[in-house]
Each structure stands twice: as C-alpha cells, then as structure tokens.
Design a protein around this ligand. Structure first.
Ligand code: ISE
Length: 333
C-alpha cells in the first residue's frame, strides 16, 4: 500500500518536531507538505525534508496530494483547521488543545459525527509514554487494588512571556486532565484551584495547585509550575489500596561527577516525551489504514476543555466547581 502523504500546518516547535520524526522514517507515511504563516520558516523545513510548501492551510488541506493533516499552528487555529480537515474528509491529528472554548470543541464533535467517520485525534501524546502505559496496565492488572490518589507534578524550566496564569491551566495542566482520565478510566467531576504567591522570577503568572475528584472517588492533585528554572520535570504517582506506582524520570543513565549524583533533567517536553511522540505518530499512521488506536479522540479533547473551564472558574472564584459529566456519544465508544 502507498505511503500516507502527510501535510503539516504550523512549522514551529511542534510542527518541526513531528516533521523530523516523519523524516527519520515512520512505516506507512511520508512528509509531503508543510505550511506556516511565516513562509520562510516553512521553506527552511521544506529544504531540510523535501516537502512541498503550501501558501495557506486550506490549500494544503484540500490538495489531492495530501492524505492526512497535522495541525500544529497556534491554539486559536486548531478549531477552524480541524473543521476544515473534517470538511475535506481527511484524518487530522490536532495538537492540544482541540479548541479554545467548549463551544468550539463541541462544533468539532458535531462536525465529526455528522461526517460519520472518526477523523480527529488530539495530540495528548502522554497516552503513548511507556511509563504512563505501564501505570495504566498495572492498575488494570488489579494487584494494587483500587486507585485512591493520583499525584502529578508538571514543571517547565521557563515559559514565554505570553503564557498567562489561565494558559498554564489550559495548555500545561490540560495534559494532566487527559492523562488522569486515561489512566483511571474515569471522569472528573469537580475542580478546586489555589495558587501560592508568584515566583519573583516570573511575577506575571502564578503557579497552580489543582485538586480534582473523579466520579469513582479518586482524588487527583496537580502542581503546575512553568517557571521552575532547573528543567522540564513531569512526575506522577498513583496511590492504590495495596501499593503505589510512580513514573521514573526518563534518562536511562545517571551520573556521578564533581560533587553531583543524579540524572540530567531535559530542557523541555520534546526530549522527555520523545518516545511518546514517536509512538503517537506510529499509532496515528497505523490508524489511517484501520488499525485501532487509543489516542485521544475529539471527545477526549472536549472533556479536557470541560475540566479546563471548571478550573478557570474555580481559580477565579476560589470555589469548588462541579464539572458536568455528559454521556459519551455512541460514536466515541
Ligand atoms: C507545552 O505546550 C506542552 O504541550 C508540553 O507538553 C507541556 O508539558 C508544557 O507545559 C506546555 O507548555
């Protein structure tokens, strides 16, 4: 069977990373096109990869030489471009978040259901991380008993100035909302958020401490601190009735040298989750020829935004906010 010809919209950090994964070789796929609002940036990536450069997103989406699309452009474009891909009947992997509002996310779901075939996957790549998958399998195996707590830490070394406290919830904590639902196979039903004072090194935004409750009675706590300075650090510990299971840091080695004993902390998520990004790509490409895939659906993207909106309300009001749980449409079962 011919390779699926992939077009990437947005050639910034994530678009480039995905392009280089494809370039390094993914069975069944080839990078065929790139597009970016900054044409020079798209052209630079095209020179490196041999992909065609498209003038605008719609011409890439509708081109007969493109079979499937990755949307890696700024967050506000995710919703219209996901709708455009559905309109063209082409599979689309949309970087998270699926949309900027709940209403927009609902539009994507409605359009996909109307189209009648699943086309959208959301780039919650942690679902493909070997550590999280092992945690999920261990919980399902039953030896630890039922889950009680999920403790999560999400730290970035540094965030750009445009990242507001709200965006910390939407963009960074969104990963935790999705991974909690995925690991626990449960829905989040309430959210509370509190913050310490802002770091003097990043006075413009506050770290967050989020507490979620799930329908089956698990408590999930999340520290999100995107200015920790020392590196990218994601941790998780699932506490169950008869034991716990934690993520290990990703480096395969640790180093003792010059009074230091430990392991390197990666600068950002691309390195920490490199296996997850590749595995996500492989699973998505395999799904284009019909292989089942447990990547995040548009429904999962919608639920993450539901929780985001509750967290934003909880943060502003100081109240514990209920997260409405709707029935999952049969289309997404
Ligand atoms: C970034 O946008 C990502 O998606 C990373 O995975 C996340 O860990 C980071 O906090 C975000 O800023």
């Amino acid at each position: 069977m011919a390779n699926a010809r992939i077009g990437i919209i947005g050639t910034g950090i994530m678009g480039t990373d995905h392009a280089l994964i494809l370039e390094a070789g993914v069975a069944g796929a080839e990078l065929a096109g790139v597009q970016d609002a900054n044409r020079d940036r798209a052209e630079a990536l095209a020179r490196q990869t041999g992909a065609r450069v498209f003038a605008d997103p719609q011409s890439l989406i509708s081109d007969p030489g493109i079979d499937a699309v990755m949307v890696c452009s700024p967050d506000a474009t995710h919703h219209p471009l996901a709708l455009a891909a559905i309109g063209a009947g082409k599979p689309v992997l949309v970087e998270k978040p699926l949309a900027s509002t709940l209403k927009e996310a609902r539009d994507v779901i409605d359009a996909e259901i109307k189209h009648g075939r699943r086309l959208v996957q959301v780039g919650f790549m942690r679902r493909f991380d070997p550590g999280y998958r092992a945690m999920k399998a261990e919980l399902a195996g039953g030896r630890l008993g039922q889950a009680l707590f999920l403790h999560c830490i999400h730290r970035n070394a540094v965030a750009p100035d445009y990242v507001t406290s709200d965006l910390v919830i939407a963009s960074s904590a969104g990963h935790e909302f999705d991974i909690a639902r995925f690991l626990l196979d449960d829905e989040i039903v309430s959210a509370s958020v509190t913050s310490p004072r802002a770091s003097r090194l990043a006075p413009g935004r506050q770290p967050q401490f989020i507490v979620l409750e799930t329908a089956r009675g698990v408590v999930v706590d999340i520290e999100v601190f995107v200015d920790c300075g020392y590196g990218y650090d994601v941790r998780g510990e699932l506490v169950c009735e008869k034991g716990t299971i934690s993520l290990n840091p990703s480096p395969p080695t640790s180093l003792r040298h010059a009074g230091h004993d430990g392991h390197e902390t990666p600068p950002d998520w691309r390195d920490r989750f490199r296996h997850a990004y590749r595995a996500q790509m492989e699973a998505w490409i395999a799904s284009l020829s019909g292989k089942p895939n447990d990547g995040a659906s548009a429904w999962d993207g919608y639920r993450a935004i539901r929780v985001t909106e509750a967290c934003l309300e909880a943060w502003r009001s100081g109240d514990r906010i209920a997260v409405p749980v709707e029935d999952r449409p049969g289309f997404y079962l």
